[in-house]
Design a protein around this ligand. Structure first.
Ligand SMILES: [Zn+2]
Length: 571
């Protein structure tokens, strides 16, 4: 191994030049036995997009063309028993490091040490902040390609690190973003690219898969991308040759660093990994069929070649470990707070928009009338929102279940709980809905069955029916389809699966519409402040919290009291 250390010459961050003789003597491997290892005869440069070839030619330098020296990608190193020394100085992060948890800091280090990497941490472990802080703005903007559902966290973290997206933005308000000269976050929504948006010089651009193709040409013409992120990479690259994949390849060709994110990648289907690997580390894993013959048990059949199996599993795993980082919920839980809250905005379609508009008008008209009428109308609005969130909730629940986690899905209204159960269909891992109208015996039976179920499962319940005195500690995740107006009710529901031994992740689905966003922001601000003051489920009302603030304040210094009052005011 020491021989390897002496002779391996780094060529940039991801490629190394190693005399093949030595590799052969150490491991018995020849260039032919590893897809992606290139000899001079099949040098990959001409197969890559023009900008990438220049980049790689630069990285590879002259030594790639010297006989008996081979360019070896980072992903080969574990197979040949070689660990490169770390190259990154984390002091680059300055004071930002304080808001990252220890395992997230490890993630930042891992990403910064590589030009191409996969971050495969489990869902809701917090992949977004790791990428935002691994990004080095001097190389160009952070460009994220992902599903609409992932837009909010990127916006939030870009605002935390780079300042506000624009003057008026409730989301930037919520995270306390500072003013900035250039927008921190711009979402590129239109299918017709508008060059003016790229000229804004935003720190982070977000694109959905649907618009990648037209925008990718603009980016390719515009300049270097610092970090290209393919969020939920397993969704975007399922087909090697579709338009989205072509657009992403075009973006990758002009990116300094490429990161693929996924919490639910299919390890048991190596052939499906290839398109992601080919974009993240072009040329490193060779071509599709040699890769599949080596790792996906590809074989000829009556209908041409098929590659649906697994082969040389251990070697692929070793190679992936050089470029992929994966931590499970269990791996990181000691670093996590009690409850991790995240908010996801769900877009409203036109029909829902019209209905919401009508309901809001009714509310305005009824304001002078009896309070019951107002409350009734507000509840109607809330239900309208919940209906639009159903489809996303179903998706989220299925993702969580297939990632092996159990969850509780909370609603406010009985109808919404029932609709959710219907949408999920009659599958054995769905329990409930539990709501106030259910006889106690039936309720107990459902709870018992859910507790006994050995595999990942979901329990659907209304917050009112199951808020208190029930332990649901078999679940690690929660999703809220509706947001109750009373912080205490949310906070009690939130705490049900928590048993003090491991953290809980709660996702709030919020309709991308002003009233729902405001309500969610207000409730979450209350919950966060209550957490800070250690009130937990007692976060009944602003008055309770203030009373506690003054109780705690007794015997404290004036500064401490001022801070506590400021916290109370946030309510
Ligand atoms: Zn903003």
């Amino acid at each position: 191994m020491t021989a390897l250390l002496r002779v391996a010459e780094p060529l940039g961050r991801d490629w190394f030049s190693i005399p093949w003789e030595i590799v052969y003597k150490t491991t018995g491997l020849t260039p032919q036995t590893l897809p992606g290892v290139r000899t001079m005869a099949d040098h990959p440069v001409e197969k890559l997009a023009p900008r990438t070839s220049i980049e790689y030619a630069k990285q590879a330098g002259a030594s790639a063309f010297r006989p008996f020296l081979h360019r070896v990608h980072r992903s080969h190193l574990p197979v040949i028993g070689f660990v490169p020394p770390p190259t990154v100085d984390l002091s680059l992060l300055e004071d930002d490091v304080e808001i990252l948890r220890p395992y997230q800091l490890d993630g930042v280090r891992f990403l910064r040490e590589r030009c191409g990497a996969l971050l495969l941490d489990a869902q809701r472990v917090g992949k977004t902040p790791q990428v935002v802080y691994a990004h080095e703005p001097e190389y160009g903007p952070l460009v994220v390609v992902g599903p609409v559902a992932s837009r909010t966290p990127w916006h939030e973290w870009a605002a935390r690190r780079f300042g506000r997206c624009q003057e008026i933005c409730s989301l930037c308000d919520r995270v306390g973003a500072k003013a900035s000269d250039k927008p921190s976050f711009v979402s590129l929504d239109g299918r017709t690219p508008d060059l003016a948006l790229l000229q804004l010089g935003a720190a982070c651009y977000f694109l959905t898969y649907a618009v990648v193709d037209p925008w990718s040409e603009q980016f390719a013409a515009f300049g270097e991308i610092g970090t290209l992120v393919i969020d939920e990479a397993h969704l975007s690259l399922q087909h090697r040759k579709n338009v989205t994949a072509v657009g992403i390849k075009r973006l990758a060709a002009c990116s300094y660093r490429r990161i693929g994110l996924s919490g639910t990648i299919m390890w048991n289907k190596p052939a499906g990994l290839f398109p992601i690997l080919d974009i993240i580390c072009p040329a490193a894993f060779g071509d599709y069929w040699p890769f599949c013959i080596k790792y996906a048990a590809a074989r000829p059949s009556e209908h041409g070649w098929i590659a649906d199996g697994v082969s040389n599993e251990g070697e692929l795993e070793k190679r992936l470990s050089a470029i992929a980082l994966r931590r499970t919920w269990e791996d990181v839980q000691k670093d996590l707070p009690k409850i991790i809250r995240s908010v996801e905005y769900v877009p409203l379609d036109n029909e829902a928009h019209a209905k919401v508009y009508d309901a809001a008008n009714e509310i305005r008209k009824s304001l002078g009338e009896r309070p019951q009428t107002v409350v009734g109308n507000l509840a109607r609005l809330c239900k309208l929102y919940a209906e639009t969130k159903l489809a996303r909730a179903v998706e989220l629940i299925r993702e969580t279940i297939s990632a092996g986690q159990s969850l509780v899905a909370w609603t406010w209204h009985r109808e919404i709980a029932s609709s959710l159960a219907e949408e999920l269909g009659a599958v054995p891992w769905v329990f409930g809905p539990i709501h106030g109208q259910l006889p106690p015996a039936a309720r107990e039976q459902i709870l018992e069955e859910a507790r006994e179920e050995p595999g990942p499962r979901v329990l659907i319940a209304t917050m009112g029916a199951l808020g208190t005195a029930v332990s649901l500690n078999w679940a690690t995740q929660e999703v809220f389809l509706e947001i109750h107006w009373t912080a205490a009710i949310i906070s009690q529901a939130e705490a049900r699966p928590y048993d003090g031994t491991r953290p809980i992740a709660a996702t709030y689905l919020v309709a991308d519409s002003d009233p729902d966003r405001r309500q969610c922001d207000a409730i979450l601000a209350k919950l966060t402040t209550a957490d800070r003051l250690g009130l937990g489920a007692k976060a009944g009302s602003a008055a309770d919290v203030l009373a506690t603030v003054f109780q705690i304040a007794r015997g404290k210094s004036l500064d401490a009291i001022a801070e506590l009052i400021a916290a109370g005011e946030a309510l």
